[in-house]
Design a protein around this ligand. Structure first.
Ligand code: ZN
Length: 157
């Protein structure tokens, strides 16, 4: 699923990437016109807190999600209740730049991650663009907790 988050939703954009969504994040220089053009061209769902932008997307018959909350959990819930998280795609994209991550061998990251991390983990992923190595460390535990929370919340609502 291809999504686009507006300027006000940077944290949400990073989380959605970690959950495996392809997310374009509009920076503060991107105008509303540009956002709509990019979303239309790349077939992305417009996710925004800006009512006007959502209305414009609606008028152009583009898929959109209006986020009303400033709370990250609520925002994630809003999006994942429409587009459920696919467990298989979790941790498949760099949270910083949206590039698909490559699975790398443990021996390839030796000396590139703290030795404590190296000893504790078997699986590693790599973003070529950011030269950043990912592993299922503390941020991963947070993701899993959050995903569990979200599934429970969606079920409960
Ligand atoms: Zn990256």
């Amino acid at each position: 699923m291809k999504l686009l988050c507006d300027q006000m939703l940077g944290t949400l954009a990073r989380w959605l990437r970690l959950l495996g969504f392809d997310v374009y994040y509009a920076n503060e220089k991107t105008t509303d016109d540009e956002i709509l053009d990019i979303a239309e061209k790349e077939k992305r769902v417009v996710i925004s807190r800006d009512k006007q932008l959502v209305e414009r997307a609606e008028k152009r018959r583009m898929p959109n999600i209006e986020v009303t909350s400033t709370d990250l959990d609520e925002q994630l819930k809003t999006v994942t209740s429409v587009y459920p998280v696919n467990n298989k795609t979790v941790l498949s994209r760099c949270s910083l730049c949206n590039t698909p991550l490559l699975k790398v061998k443990k021996e390839d990251v030796k000396g590139k991650v703290p030795s404590k991390v190296f000893d504790a983990h078997e699986e590693f992923w790599y973003c070529k663009k950011c030269d950043k190595i990912y592993w299922k460390g503390s941020h991963w535990v947070r993701i899993e907790e959050k995903m569990k929370e979200l599934t429970e919340k969606v079920k409960a609502s």
